[in-house]
Design a protein around this ligand. Structure first.
Ligand SMILES: [Zn+2]
Length: 237
């Protein structure tokens, strides 16, 4: 049974309720969820599932399930297990997720300042990075910071856009990330649009307006192998 992925349509849902459809070794499956699973470089959500009697089941991580559009809520060690059919309250660790959303969206903006193929990326609650296939001499931390923050200051609203696989095939320039090809086979691909700044396939969670990022600073730039230059950033506030 697939999980209805509520965060795809509203990344700002902090609570919801859902029914347990599976409990197994890897964790708990629900009929719908607001928990984002590890993927596309973004960390999985943490939080809690709350039983009708108030008992809390702390969730340490969220992962994709074996079938498409299923996911598994991974309980913290020693957490109680619910029964199949039980209705639970869902609460995500919002401070953590919101930091992930702001940093994730910041990477979209930064990828328009550093114009080079993206070879990898990662988003954790405290910091995020992109790896580029670029000469070290072309990366200047002060310039990246200044230009990224100038774009953030435009305060543009983000939009989710869906296109067909065929439309994406006709516009290969949309795919900046060489290491992560957008998922195919579902017939359509989700894009994040930051009008006037960026447009690229992405299944992650983003802020509604880039002004919410506030600002970024570059923590460090270093070489990671022959072709990889890693730019690590954090939020300024
Ligand atoms: Zn994204």
């Amino acid at each position: 049974m697939t999980t209805e992925l509520l965060f795809r349509h509203d990344a700002y849902l902090k609570t919801a309720s859902a029914r347990v459809v599976g409990v197994h070794e890897r964790g708990i499956e629900l009929d719908r969820t607001i928990f984002y699973p590890l993927g596309g470089g973004q960390a999985g959500d943490a939080g809690a599932l709350v039983r009708a009697n108030g008992e809390r089941i702390p969730i340490a991580d969220t992962r994709k399930g074996e079938a498409i559009d299923t996911l598994v809520h991974v309980p913290a060690p020693g957490a109680p297990r619910p029964e199949v059919g039980e209705t639970l309250g869902l609460e995500i660790d919002w401070a953590r997720r919101y930091a992930l959303m702001r940093l994730h969206t910041a990477l979209h903006v930064m990828s328009c300042v550093v114009v080079a193929p993206v070879t990898g990326g990662n988003i954790a609650p405290e910091k995020a990075r992109l790896d580029f296939d670029i000469e070290m001499s072309l990366l200047d931390a002060a310039r990246i910071e200044r230009e990224t923050n100038l774009l953030i200051a435009r305060g543009v609203a983000t939009e989710t856009v869906w296109i067909t696989d065929a439309e994406l095939d006709a516009r290969p320039e949309l795919v900046k990330t060489m290491s992560v090809q957008p998922p195919r086979g579902a017939g359509r691909v989700r894009l994040l649009s930051i009008p006037g700044i960026d447009l690229q396939p992405c299944g992650g969670t983003h802020v509604a307006n880039i002004a919410e990022i506030g600002g970024i600073h570059v923590l460090r730039i270093r070489s990671e192998g022959r072709r990889n230059r890693r730019v690590e950033i954090a939020l300024t506030v």
